[in-house]
Ligand binder design. Structure first.
Ligand code: UDP
Length: 333
C-alpha cells in the first residue's frame, strides 16, 4: 500500500486531496496546524483505518515513521485576508516548511509535489499566463509575503530536484472553488455566497472589470493527481480557462442564489491583479487533462454546500481559532 503525506490536509484543497488518495487505495497521513484549516473538513475520514491525522506545524522539524511514497505540500494561508493577518507565518510555511518537507522527501526517497499558484505571475503583463512567463510581482506590497513565499518554494523545489535529484512536481493553481472553502476568509466566492445567505449587500472591489477564471475543485484534484503520477518536473498550470469579470461573476451568484441584494462597490485592494486566465496547453499535452465541470454545475454544488451548513457558521469569524495567540507564540521562536 502506497503511503502519502498531505500537509494542509484540513484545508479546502487538502481535504479533497485526502479523499482522492484514500479512494486510490493509499494510506493517507494528514498534517495540519489548524490555523486556517478546520477539522470539520476531515472528521468524516477519521474512522477510516487508512487515514491518520497529525496536528503539527511543518515549519518545525517533520518526523514521519516508516516509508513514504508521496508528499503533497498544500499547507499555506491562501486568502488575501489571511496573509495580511499572518504574513510572517505565510512566508515561513512556504520557505521553512517547504525546506523541511524536501528534506523529508530526500530522506524517504519520496516524490514531492508543491502547491504553487497563479500569484507567481503577480499582476500579469502576459495574458493568458503560460508557464514560461516569469511574472510581474511586487515583493513589498501586501501580497508580497504570499507571492514571494510561493516563488521561493518553487526555487528551493527546483534546487532539490537538480542538486539532490529528488523527484519533484510543481502545480500552479489558479482560482479554485467548491465545498469546504472557508466562509468569511475574504475570497470572492465565499464572500458573495455568504453575503447572499446572510441577506447582506454584495461587495465588488473596484469597478468589477478585473477578471478571474474559476476551476471546480474535482477538476483541480484530477489535474494534481495526473501531474504527480507524470514524469514532468517543471511547473504546470492547472485551472479553468473560462475567464469572467468579477461583475459578471456577482451577477451569476445573484441569479443562482435568487436574492435581491444590492451590489455595493468598495476600493480595489492594492496590487489586485487586473486579469488572470491560465494557458493550459501544457496540462492538455502532458497530462491529457482539461476541466470537465462547467461553472453552472460547480457553483450549484458549492451553493448547496454552503446552504446546508448550520446557520451559525455563516456568522463565524474566519479567524475564530485565534490568529493572534498563534502569532504571539510563533514569533517567540
Ligand atoms: N473581490 C470582490 N469582492 C469581495 C472579495 C473579492 O470584488 O468581496 C474581488 C477581488 O478584489 C479580486 C477577485 O474578487 O479582484 C478575486 O478575489 P479573491 O480574493 O477571491 O482571489 P485572488 O484575488 O487571489 O484571485
Amino acid at each position: 500500500m502506497k503511503r502519502v503525506l498531505i500537509t494542509g490536509a484540513a484545508g479546502f484543497l487538502g481535504s479533497h486531496l485526502c479523499e482522492r488518495f484514500l479512494k486510490e487505495g493509499m494510506y493517507v497521513i494528514a498534517m495540519d496546524n489548524l490555523i486556517t484549516g478546520d477539522l470539520r473538513n476531515i472528521e468524516h475520514l477519521m474512522p477510516n483505518p487508512n487515514f491518520e491525522f497529525n496536528h503539527h506545524d511543518v515549519t518545525k522539524y517533520v518526523h514521519i515513521p516508516g516509508d513514504l511514497d508521496y508528499i503533497l505540500h498544500f499547507a499555506s494561508p491562501a486568502s488575501p485576508i489571511d496573509y495580511l493577518k499572518i504574513p510572517i507565518q505565510t512566508l515561513k510555511v512556504g520557505a521553512m516548511g517547504t525546506h523541511n518537507l524536501l528534506g523529508l522527501a530526500l530522506a524517504k526517497k519520496a516524490r514531492f509535489i508543491i502547491a504553487s499558484t497563479s500569484e507567481v505571475y503577480g499582476d500579469p503583463l502576459v495574458h493568458p499566463q503560460t508557464e514560461e512567463y516569469w511574472g510581474h510581482v511586487n515583493p513589498i506590497g501586501p501580497r508580497g509575503c504570499y507571492d514571494e513565499a510561493k516563488r521561493y518554494q518553487e526555487a528551493i523545489t527546483m534546487a532539490y530536484h537538480r542538486y539532490h535529484e529528488v523527484e519533484t512536481r510543481i502545480v500552479r493553481i489558479f482560482n479554485t472553488y467548491g465545498p469546504r472553502m472557508r466562509l468569511n476568509d475574504g475570497r470572492v466566492l465565499p464572500a458573495f455566497i455568504g453575503q447572499a445567505l446572510r441577506g447582506e449587500d454584495i461587495t465588488i472591489f473596484g469597478d468589477g472589470s478585473q477578471t478571474r477564471a474559476f476551476c471546480y475543485v474535482d477538476d483541480l484534484v484530477e489535474g494534481i493527481y495526473r501531474l504527480l503520477l507524470s514524469d514532468y518536473s517543471l511547473p504546470v498550470n492547472i485551472g479553468n480557462p473560462g475567464e469572467i469579470t468579477i461583475k459578471e461573476f456577482a451577477e451569476e451568484i445573484i441569479a443562482l442564489t435568487g436574492t435581491d441584494q444590492k451590489v455595493v462597490y468598495k476600493d480595489l485592494p492594492q496590487d489586485d491583479p487586473k486579469q488572470r486566465q491560465p494557458d493550459i496547453t501544457k496540462a492538455k499535452e502532458i497530462l491529457g487533462w482539461e476541466p470537465k465541470v462547467s461553472r453552472a454545475e460547480g457553483l450549484k454544488i458549492t451553493y448547496d454546500y454552503f446552504r446546508s451548513l448550520p446557520k451559525e457558521r455563516l456568522y463565524e469569524e474566519s479567524n475564530h481559532r485565534g490568529f493572534e495567540s498563534f502569532k504571539k507564540e510563533d514569533e517567540k521562536i
